[in-house]
Write a protein of this length. Structure first.
Ligand code: CTP
Length: 217
């Protein structure tokens, strides 16, 4: 069993000292990498910048990247050989249109940045997913959670989508706990209690492996 996982935030440079980023810590993705490796799977963990140490399990190969484009290129190398793809990264949807060669100096009272769209890693790779491969995405929503998550599942060719709601206390970025709902293509909705991300990772890995083997064994 080979697994490709994306985790953490992306940093999109603005000049040599600044970037646009987000509050993802990578904890959920790293916990999933450990939980997959504990089942004997070989994991390629494509990680944006995080404060977490690289996993020491020899079954996990960590590839460090910064930008969405770099994350896409690293993930695209791994997906053709991976049985299961899990997109847990919080990828910046946009990046600065230009990266200044020198530090941007303070000038007027306002500063307008022009942003251009980044590649959608999951959606782009999803187009080349083969019938025997299984893809899992995450969705972070604040409104119409189930409808948006179902839409992402179809648009990005996921087999399962793990929905985080920022409305739930103790869930999402930075916390050691998470509360999620998992949706499948048939419209089944599974609710999980608030639990430690390490515990939830084990639960999700066993669900993913059960679904994967039920469909493709
Ligand atoms: N994702 C990705 N590449 C992107 C954006 C998102 O691979 N450029 C993946 C995430 O890793 C996650 C899923 O797509 O598995 C959904 O991410 P999310 O940020 O919730 O969705 P977006 O498509 O960015 O939609 P929106 O920001 O409009 O909610």
């Amino acid at each position: 069993m080979r697994v490709l996982l994306t985790a953490g935030p992306t940093y999109e440079p603005l000049d040599p000292v600044r970037f646009l980023g987000n509050r993802s810590t990578g904890k959920m993705g790293y916990a999933l990498a450990e939980a997959f490796a504990a089942t004997g799977a070989a994991v390629t963990l494509v990680s944006g910048p995080t404060a977490l140490p690289s996993p020491s399990n020899p079954l996990i190969t960590t590839v460090h990247v910064e930008t969405a484009q770099q994350m896409y290129e690293a993930a695209a190398l791994a997906t053709p050989l991976a049985d299961v793809w899990v997109f847990a990264a919080a990828v910046a949807d946009y990046r600065p249109a230009t990266v200044a060669a020198e530090k941007i100096k303070k000038a007027g009272e306002t500063l307008t940045l022009e942003l251009v769209k980044n590649v959608d890693i999951a959606a782009t790779l999803g187009q080349s997913k083969r019938a025997e491969q299984f893809a899992v995405g995450f969705a972070l929503e604040t409104t119409n959670e189930l409808a948006h998550a179902q839409d992402k599942l179809r648009r990005k060719n996921f087999d399962l989508v793990v929905l985080n709601s920022l409305r739930d206390a103790g869930a999402g970025f930075g916390h050691d706990t998470n509360k999620v709902t998992v949706l499948d293509r048939a419209g089944e909705v599974l609710n999980f209690e608030l639990q430690a991300k390490t515990e939830l990772a084990r639960t999700l890995v066993s669900l993913i492996l059960t679904r994967f083997s039920a469909v493709y064994a």
